[in-house]
Design a protein around this ligand. Sequence first.
Ligand SMILES: Cc1ncc(COP(=O)(O)O)c(C=O)c1O
Length: 346
Amino acid sequence: MARVIDLRSDTVTRPSEGMRQAMARAEVGDDLLGDDPTVKRLEELSAEVVGKAAALFVPSGTMGNLVTLLTYCGRGDEAIAGNESHILNHEGMGSAALGGISIRAVHNDERGHIDPAQVASTIRAAWPRTNVVCLENTHNRRGGAAISVSDMNAVADVAHAAGVQVHVDGARIFNAAVALETDAKSLVASADTVDFCFSKGLGAPVGSVVTGPTEFIERARANRRLLGGSMRQSGIVAAGALYALEHNIERLADDHANAKRLFAAIAEMPHVIMDPAGVDTNLVFFELDGVDGNEFRARCAAQGVLCTGTSPQRVRMVCHLDVSREDIDAAIPIVASVLQSLPAAS
Ligand SMILES: Cc1ncc(COP(=O)(O)O)c(C=O)c1O
């Protein structure tokens, strides 16, 4: 079979040769004892790129968000998040299961925005008390939409006016910054804490980071230990993450250009309803009408094009470091021929 074009996620990337060499050479120590110089460098650089005082290296974005919520909230406290957020839909409600924290949903519009007025009226001073408002940028389930600085600030302003802090699930914050032609620091300036991932568009094999004030990060460090997320010679993986931060941010623009190319081609195909959120970054979503979504994915896979979906009829294709423009140009006719060959859904 021809080369497999894996559009399932930007998490499928494999470390490049340069990244592997950086990992092999990494200076390491026992990070739980505070001895790993590479993890320390990664934490310092991560804090710096998003303009926060300190950072904590964690194994995954899910653990980053969980550690963050456990640090903001005690049992019985409440966090606010968008109804389409990753925190609410894809993290197993770990904050409820492990921390007794409830998450109250506010509406995400088609582009992932949250209405500041709704946030203001949802915040509660007590019984339960709202401790944190969570934003997501880019917004995964809303088409990878990049949320602008002014939209981020508008929500942060109402939260802060009510004495509530703001967390950004910035798993793909650099995709947002590149798409908006700004820097990540400006994008999250109004947030108190920010989580971002190295293992997605940045192409590292493992890891995420929580950033924020020094005192917050020290308490988060204790919560990471509570969750079993403290690691030992983690400089090996931190070196891959450092390499990603230093080499793989600007090139995200290539993934965005590939996603736009794919989106434009698929928009012309039969049975396709393109996602109203459009394409800002590297995620392409569309709905299938009149044909079976599962059969579509199976037939694409049989021809070497892998993709996923958030429901049987909603397809997701993701552009990343290991997908070239030539791959996109090879995938387009395969998708077109599958759509033409599918029988009408009964
Ligand atoms: C917006 C967002 N937040 C958090 C995560 C969780 O990251 P991880 O898979 O590293 O746990 C993801 C993963 O796709 C995500 O898209």
